[in-house]
Design a protein around this ligand. Structure first.
Ligand code: CTP
Length: 457
């Protein structure tokens, strides 16, 4: 305790911050030692949004529960919420803090605060962490292709998951991938593969998604299935029925569905901010040379099977249950191999109309517009990597920009949601089984040629 000029003792104020998820001995020991350094302990608990923004995904407990964890220790004199980057300096000034305390895993990171107060790094308690308490999901990949490579790289930013193994019927392909990405196992032995993992990511060409998803579910493994999950309604229903029967998570890997800003967008649009929703207009085009998997009819290639999941996603989410009454119209153009290289779909659901454009051999503006009776929501290209959007109104001065966390390729939010759903024994939030089944049904209708008009090539 230091003495003030007027002779009265000034109390020493200590501050520390953390997530305090699934409270453990390490947290308690840190708080005890922090308390001993002064007379008044302030504990900052990170908000859910801030954790997401700083890339800490997969936190199990809500902010309220985590605050309660800290309160129950009886060590904090004041609990505050840490909501944004840069808040620490403001807190230190506002509360006249003398000592900033944090665990040694942050050594050096907060030296800049020494301009404002004393900075103390306390030795971290060994052998315990929230990450460890949440458990690690061992994940295996089926189909070592381009998307799987990006997936492995992004998974390293999600706590609680470890990609352990990769399967391909051609042994050498799996081995090469495992070596390149430093995975523990790569091979063509199915039984060995499934036994070494808790969950599977199916990243094969489209026509094999269902077969591998069902095989994995039968072995008791959770499944994350690349889009499109299935090419027919009944196949998609089989996948979800088997998952339900075994109490497992089955989720379609449409990364946009799980991006924080996209989830916000859907919530805002549904809450009436732009009035009644009149139309949804989404475009996704990708120019690629006319060869390879995407153009192979035997592998169910084509622009629609490749990209429709993206443009159908906002339509499915905004139409809700009404989507099953949809009237469909397709306009399509085929390429040399016979698959579609450009398709336009119109989905009419009561008073709501969805327009989706996809293309592999024609480029278009990749934006998303949701039009309403009182304004519209605009997401600039590439809207499927949603980081921000604008709510626009008749009077431009009433416009508003909304943003949320977006890091890397955006895959990490999908992986985090899959892992959280497994760990918490719940359904994924952001994409319902019913949405995936509906999208498979639309793809089925297109492949069957129902309501399809062809444009001359
Ligand atoms: N802490 C500690 N010893 C541990 C774990 C955490 O001293 N074994 C400290 C951290 O250094 C930090 C505070 O407790 O000062 C809050 O940390 P938090 O990030 O909430 O806990 P972790 O267990 O590290 O969480 P996670 O595994 O999710 O990163």
């Amino acid at each position: 305790m230091e003495t003030k000029r007027d002779g009265k003792k000034k109390q020493t104020t200590v501050i520390t911050y953390g997530t305090f998820d699934l409270m453990h001995e390490g947290h308690i020991r840190l708080l005890e030692r922090a308390k001993q350094l002064g007379d008044f302990l302030i504990v900052g608990v990170t908000s859910d949004t801030y954790d997401r923004q700083r890339g800490k995904l997969n936190v199990r407990q809500s902010l309220t529960e985590r605050i309660e964890n800290v309160r129950r220790t009886g060590l904090a004199d004041l609990i505050i919420v840490e909501e944004y980057e840069g808040q620490k300096v403001e807190d230190i000034l506002r509360y006249n803090v003398d000592i900033f305390v944090i665990g040694s895993d942050w050594k050096g990171k907060f030296d800049y605060l020494s301009n404002y107060c004393q900075v103390v790094y306390l030795e971290r308690t060994k052998g315990i962490s929230s990450t460890q308490k949440r458990g690690i999901v061992r994940l295996g990949i089926i189909g070592p292709g381009r998307v799987a490579r990006r997936f492995v790289q992004e998974s390293r930013f999600v706590s609680g998951v470890s990609v352990e193994a990769v399967f391909h019927p051609v042994e050498a392909k799996a081995r090469e991938f495992a070596q390149e990405l430093e995975l523990a196992w790569g091979g063509s032995e199915w039984q060995q593969f499934v036994e070494s993992v808790d969950a599977v990511y199916v990243a094969t060409p489209h026509h094999l998604h269902v077969e591998y998803a069902l095989r994995s579910l039968e072995e008791g493994k959770h499944v994350l299935i690349e889009k499109p999950l299935a090419l027919s309604r009944s196949d998609a229903e089989r996948v979800f029925a088997l998952a339900r029967q075994h109490g497992l998570v089955a989720m379609e890997a449409i990364k946009t569905a799980f991006m924080p800003a996209f989830r916000k967008l859907i919530g805002i649009a549904l809450s009436g901010t732009i009035g009644d929703i009149v139309y949804v207009d989404a475009t996704f085009t990708k120019l690629i040379p006319e060869k390879g998997r995407e153009f192979d009819p035997n592998l169910m290639g084509g622009a629609f099977t490749e990209l429709a999941s993206y443009v159908l996603l906002p339509i499915a989410r905004l139409a809700g249950k009404r989507k099953w009454d949809a009237e469909l119209r397709f306009l399509t153009k085929r390429g040399q191999s016979g698959v579609d290289v450009w398709t336009n779909v119109e989905v009419i659901v009561g008073s709501l109309v969805g327009f989706g454009k996809v293309g592999l051999r024609a480029k278009g503006e990749g934006h998303l517009v949701i039009g309403g009776t009182e304004g519209y929501i605009y997401v600039p290209a590439p809207w499927w990597k949603t980081s921000y959007f604008e709510i626009r109104r008749e009077k431009p001065s009433d416009n508003r920009v909304v943003s949320d966390a977006f890091e890397g390729e955006g895959f990490r939010y999908e992986i985090a949601e899959f892992i959280s759903a497994i760990q918490q024994g719940r359904k994924p939030v952001g994409l319902a089984d019913d949405d995936s089944v509906w999208m498979s049904w639309i793809i089925e209708r297109f492949l069957r040629g129902e309501g399809v008009k062809e444009v001359k090539s």
